[in-house]
Design a protein around this ligand. Structure first.
Ligand code: F1P
Length: 306
């Protein structure tokens, strides 16, 4: 068994622990602060998701940046850096260069980012052995959602479902996947696609759902998959069906469509729990291709540039 299997399965417990920590953590953004959230790769996608959620919750303007693309011309009250390793070059460089309060959310308590940031939130319990991030990323988002006032209790229950439920697609029928999202779930869509690329070298793309019909839908075809997180724009399921591609949507009240149903009639899964299914999809793809999902090609636990 790969490390990532156990790490995926532990997400319900990690989310509960993070929710517990949310009220006791120093340095998380206060309502009204103007905030930038930065990270690389997976951590950037979690930054995107949190930025959208924080704005939606009315807590203040929140921008997400890939750490290397941070706009130094902008004025922020606080910069939040998400980094499992705490050693990623672009993140560490940024933390060392700015003169506003910074908060690092980190998996490794001994990492440089912990000492460079004004405040650090340590999620050692969610750190991982696999190079491919799963639980650290979602645990950060669980922490931040709880800090925004969301009740993580029912979301963790959805996660319990997602770690056990049958996958919504037959892997042998799928040669390509495109993940879609709206608002905060755009970041989840990017993360799901990255999991497929990293763990399984599988062709996967991601877009904001409303933008999907502006070109990317040309990729849709029989034997390909479109998987939507969260709200689905009117008519999109029908447009995808017309291409012959399979359509998966975890938030349909009637369960998954197109490639089989499960849990018919149950309430929709929270999109963060739906992401667990996509993580498992990526790991299953790796297994079907004879790959070790813990050790992606050309990737190390942290990208440290010379
Ligand atoms: C982020 C990162 C990701 C990549 C992979 C390994 O590092 O490099 O870009 O997707 O999961 O980790 P970190 O700054 O969160 O440690």
């Amino acid at each position: 068994m790969a490390y990532v299997d156990g790490e995926i399965a532990s997400q319900p417990d990690c989310w509960r622990e993070a929710a517990d920590l949310a009220g006791r953590s120093e340095g998380l953004p206060r309502p009204g602060e103007r905030v930038a959230v930065v990270g690389c790769g997976t951590s950037w996608f979690m930054a995107m998701a949190y930025a959208a959620l924080r704005e939606r919750a009315g807590h203040g303007e929140t921008d997400a940046f890939q750490a290397s693309e941070f706009l130094t011309t902008r004025r922020y009250d606080r910069i939040v850096a998400i980094t499992r390793s705490g050693t990623t070059t672009e993140v560490v460089d940024l933390l060392g260069a700015v003169d506003v309060p910074t908060t690092a959310i980190v998996g490794d308590p001994s990492a440089p980012a912990v000492h460079l940031a004004s405040d650090a939130v340590l999620l050692s319990f969610a750190d991982e052995r696999s190079v491919v991030q799963t639980r650290f990323a979602t645990t950060v988002l669980a922490l931040l959602r709880a800090h925004l006032g969301e009740d993580l209790g029912p979301i963790a229950v959805d996660a319990e479902v997602a770690v056990r439920a049958p996958l919504p697609v037959d892997l042998t029928m799928i040669e390509q996947a495109t993940f879609l999202g709206r608002g905060w779930t755009v970041g989840l869509a990017h993360e799901a696609a990255l999991k497929c690329r990293e763990a399984a070298t599988f062709w996967a793309e991601a877009y904001p759902a409303m933008d999907y019909r502006h070109g990317p839908i040309s990729i849709a075809a029989v034997g390909r998959l479109v998987w939507a997180f969260g709200e689905v724009p009117d008519g999109l399921a029908e447009d995808v069906a017309a291409t012959g591609a399979a359509f998966v949507h975890g938030s349909l009240g009637r369960g998954y469509s197109a490639l089989g149903r499960w849990g018919g009639g149950r309430k929709p899964l929270d999109p963060m729990a739906d992401l667990i299914l996509a993580q498992r999809f990526a790991v299953a793809l790796a297994a079907s291709r004879g790959l070790n999902p813990d050790a992606p090609r050309h990737l190390t636990r942290s990208v440290v540039l010379a």
